[in-house]
Design a protein around this ligand. Sequence first.
Ligand code: PAF
Length: 288
Amino acid sequence: MTEIHRDVAAFRARLERARREGLRVGLVPTMGALHDGHLSLVREARARAEFVAATIFVNPTQFGPSEDLARYPRDLDGDVAKLATVGCDAVLSPPVEQMYPRGERTRVTVGELGDTLCGPHRPGHFEGVATVVTKLFAIAGEHTAVFGRKDYQQLAIIRRLAVDLLLPVTVIGAATVRDPDGLAMSSRNAYLSSTERDRALSLSRGLRAAHALFSSGERRASALREAALSPVQAAATSVDYVDVACPETLRVLSGDERVGARALVAIAARVGATRLIDNVVLGEEGAP
Ligand code: PAF
């Protein structure tokens, strides 16, 4: 039975009680519209904690004015039913007024990790993510939090904020879950028509091409980028970026630089009206 909490104070008290009972707490923050990727995060949390909670909150401050906040898919009952199948003990689904009480002013800024890749294309997005995740961490107290590697830049920023703000939280990154044909699972895949879904496969195809080239010994950032870009350019409606970057600092490598033992290849592109992201860390992960 998965408990549902709408009230932040009651949820905080529940997690405190679990810790008093000697249970380790795991947390999976989400915006709902859950798919198998999210459920794998819950399983990952379950492997590290005896009491696992998820949060479902469509966070308004991480959406730009022209983004999909109003039409973002919402299905609390369906989400809770899915969470119950993987043994999630509790869910927090708070109203916006509790997460952002009237008159609140404070925002968490993220520095240079937010300046590359998605940052310039989504002004204010990572500040919104960092702010809400800090609030969720403050509510949950000492715990292990699990996030997906598909949102690689988000994960890097959250790891950093937990360290910088001295929060008693261990942040874990879990592998991207893909459909059998390679498409990375995302709540936004629900927006894709079947022809758009076919075109969306170009993202994982691009990552596979870069992965194969890296495996054959290529180390020029420009060549790896070109391999990833070419299928995406052919199929996407528009490309925000295809970049090769340092997996730690997220600094984008320029054309004539060579990658080291590991390199992040990250893609953001629009297929129809839907913005999709995907990535792979060469030298660390298998082919997508
Ligand atoms: O990845 C998400 O679903 C969101 O960005 C998060 C981390 C739950 C913050 O709203």
